[in-house]
Design a protein around this ligand. Structure first.
Ligand SMILES: C[S@@+](CC[C@H](N)C(=O)[O-])C[C@H]1O[C@@H](n2cnc3c(N)ncnc32)[C@H](O)[C@@H]1O
Length: 278
């Protein structure tokens, strides 16, 4: 999941486009006169070069702002959590530091007894540290479909000495009926016994597993949330995730949503203390 590449225009492609346009205009101009052709080519070339430079500068500025925000969030995590080892990489597929800050803040302020997470990784580690620090007896149930990544997370939890706070369950992605539709999602039997979720973090399954891969979480787990529960949705900037959040909030009259602007987008939904589906 590239976070920077899309912000910076592909200059080779733009240069190719510029060459094509200049060539086309020069050829067209040749039909009129050589002088007009040259002049048109120069003007178009200058405009295109300026446009590329402007787009590149804007892309770099956004990338720099995001990098600053990552660094600030990492600093906050380091100052709040008693980290015993360096954190794993928090770019690409992993939770961003900003998502980590939101999860940690929710654990420390709300002291949820039951935290559930879809998609394990750095977020699992940070949640476990926050549960350790809060010391209120909360636990995390983390779901992962992939044995390799689940094992990687398990071993990171052990290395950091916070494995006691987490139950990591492997649940394969299977096609099953969810809310009257055939959906590919985690085997629902893996969450059948879970009740009274106070904090739900939706960061899986990966988008490639199905269109609207994350929407099923609301259908399967919506009834398992405790009053006043909080749901954190990563990648909420994607249209399908945004729609899933909007649909859920619209059907829960006393729920509110806070959108956090990042490259991927984060939504934080808070249910009212008497919230139930409309
Ligand atoms: C968005 S990731 C979850 C990230 C996790 N919350 C974290 O903080 O690292 C969703 C799923 O993708 C899988 N995954 C993680 N890293 C991956 C990678 N580099 N390539 C492919 N799949 C990956 C894992 O199975 C994970 O459960």
């Amino acid at each position: 999941m590239p976070t920077l590449a899309w912000r910076i225009p592909d200059t080779r492609r733009l240069a190719g486009l510029a060459a094509l346009l200049i060539g086309a205009s020069a050829t067209a101009g040749l039909l009129v006169s050589a002088a007009v052709s040259l002049w048109t080519a120069v003007v178009l070339g200058v405009i295109l070069i300026l446009a590329v430079q402007l787009a590149t500068a804007r892309g770099l500025q956004r990338a720099l702002e995001e990098e600053r925000s990552h660094q600030q969030a990492l600093g906050e995590l380091r100052s709040v959590l008693p980290l015993r080892l360096p954190l794993p990489q928090m770019t690409g597929w992993a939770a961003t530091p900003r998502l980590g800050v939101e999860i940690v803040a929710q654990v420390l302020t709300r002291q949820p007894k039951v935290v559930m997470e879809l998609g394990s990784g750095s977020s699992t580690l940070l949640t476990a540290y926050a549960l350790e620090k809060a010391g209120h007896g909360g636990r995390l149930i983390s779901i992962d479909h992939d044995a390799h990544f689940a094992d990687q997370t398990r071993s990171a939890l052990r290395d950091h000495g916070v494995d006691a706070y987490v139950e990591l369950r492997k649940a394969p992605l299977i096609v099953q009926e969810i809310a009257g539709m055939r959906r590919r999602w985690y085997d629902v039997s893996a969450v059948a016994d879970v009740q009274d979720i106070d904090l739900l973090v939706i960061d899986g399954p990966p988008e490639q597993s199905e269109v609207n891969a994350r929407a099923a979480a609301f259908s399967v787990l919506g009834d398992k949330l405790s009053p006043g529960a909080v749901i954190i949705v990563d990648d909420a900037g994607r249209p399908s995730e945004k729609q899933a959040v909007d649909t859920f909030v619209a059907s829960h009259p006393d729920a509110s949503v806070r959108w956090i602007t990042t490259a991927k987008g984060i939504a934080v939904i808070t249910l009212g203390s008497r919230s139930s589906a409309r």
